[in-house]
Ligand binder design. Structure first.
Ligand code: SF4
Length: 274
């Protein structure tokens, strides 16, 4: 272990961690940028990370466990798909590669939880890792993140037109409308996600969504129902925004919409996956 303190900013390929890297770029010139690659990310995420890397002017180290991928761990867990109650994916594909990279070094890890968010995250508890929340410390909200991204010229990752956050293409935190988005934009990845779902002889089902299989979701009637529900939510959100001049001024339609989607989520994805 050296005396040097390492400053690490973990990028997820999402808007908040990207904004944090931009925000801290000049404050912490010796920061290391890392990305824990599950090898199940969206193509748009990899493309965005390349652009972020060019903007930052420093490499983003991709941490990948080549030997033990998602399928390896799925096998270990007896075919049980990860879920919010059994989040083994985050532990093995995000946290452990990070901790291995850090080793016993003294590290400050910078996490992109905003001042307007109320959650702790799913983080390493190793004693040599200190966690800091610069957005919380400086009162940075979603509107500020928007400003940082637009002013930098980087903007948003392109998946933002149909999905609210980064992470694995099969992430169980996805809303149903996002699964529909995956089905329509990345048919191959949707089919791979379908192939992970199973029904055992005793009728027990392993599905990404607790009460709905992807086979059921892609049924025309169900897809139409999900889209209709989504349109209703959008109409509600537009009405709400019209009453809030501050939001109209600083957030564009997509950002407001995905903020709404975040708000509808009943559980918080891991910080590393955000
Ligand atoms: S993005 Fe979702 S599926 Fe992937 S590691 Fe994170 S919580 Fe698990």
């Amino acid at each position: 272990m050296s005396d040097r303190v390492r400053h690490i900013i973990s990028l997820s390929g999402g808007k908040d961690s990207t904004a944090l890297a931009i925000f801290l770029r000049d404050q912490i010139p010796d920061a290391e940028y890392i990305f824990c690659d599950t090898r199940n990310e969206l193509p748009e995420t990899y493309e965005y990370l390349d652009r972020v890397e060019a903007y930052l002017g420093k490499p983003i180290l991709r941490l990948v466990d080549q030997r033990r991928d998602f399928d390896h761990w799925l096998d270990i867990y007896g075919g049980y798909l990860p879920s919010s109650r059994m989040r083994w994916c985050t532990k093995h594909l995000k946290l452990q590669p990070f901790e291995k990279h850090v080793g016993d070094d003294t590290v400050v890890s910078y996490i992109a939880i905003r001042a307007d968010e109320d959650r702790a995250g799913y983080l390493s508890t190793k004693p040599n890792i200190t966690t800091r929340y610069p957005f919380k410390e400086d009162g940075i909200t979603r509107a500020d993140v928007h400003k940082i991204l637009i002013e930098s010229g980087l903007g948003y990752p392109s998946y933002y037109s149909w999905r609210s956050r980064s992470g694995c293409y099969f992430c169980f935190f996805q809303q149903r409308i996002e699964w529909v988005g995956l089905m329509e934009r990345h048919k191959d990845l949707f089919e791979k996600a379908v192939s992970y779902e199973k029904t055992l002889a005793d009728g027990k089902r392993f599905t990404w969504i607790p009460d709905l299989s992807l086979q059921e979701l892609r049924n025309d009637g169900k897809t139409a129902e999900i889209k209709t529900e989504h349109q209703k939510r959008m109409a509600l959100e537009r009405g709400r925004r019209r009453k809030n001049a501050a939001l109209v001024d600083v957030l564009d339609d997509d950002e407001a919409f995905w903020g709404m989607l975040e708000a509808y989520q009943t559980e918080s994805p891991c910080v590393a996956c955000k």
